[in-house]
Write a protein that binds this ligand. Sequence first.
Ligand SMILES: [Fe+2]
Ligand SMILES: [Fe+2]
Length: 195
Amino acid sequence: MDIAARVRAHKRLARLMQQAYSAEKAAAFAYQGHAASVRKEEEKAAIHRIELDEWEHRREVRVLMDLYGVPVSRYYEVRFHIIGRTISAACHVLGWFMPYYFAGRLESGNVCEYFRMIHYFHELGVTAHDRMLYDMGIREKEHEVYFYERIKNKKALALFERIFNWGASKSFNDVDLEALKPVEESEGYCRTGRG
Ligand SMILES: [Fe+2]
Ligand SMILES: [Fe+2]
């Protein structure tokens, strides 16, 4: 089997790429609504920059999918389109805190998607995408930290952390921007239960 066929046959990898591709669109839509719902210009600008990062991720995932002939999933495209538009609209009625909280929580989960892709590609002996996927994972971590920094002093955070399992002491990944592993060691990320 050639490598493209082996990637397509790696169901978890192929599905993860399809899902990430569509979920990036949902995230970008959500940030459009989020940016529109905040008042301060600097917050709008920061969220807009994150939206642009998500479109860029979507393009990069698509390049990988095309390289290996992994088709876009119509199911995920429709599903995440609806999710993204719904969240986008919801931002206008949820107040200030919740869009920040759930954006941070979502980003926290996205970090490991890209490190997991590295793991799966390595299972097939493919290391050519390590740098790109590493950069995407780290960018998601930066997004998580950005959103966390906005809400870390808010009273509601402790309650939300207890209910939704993300906050000051809980994250869905084990990446620490203060002590980053180099790309060659990034295999070690996201190996734990939560990661
Ligand atoms: Fe992203
Ligand atoms: Fe992100």
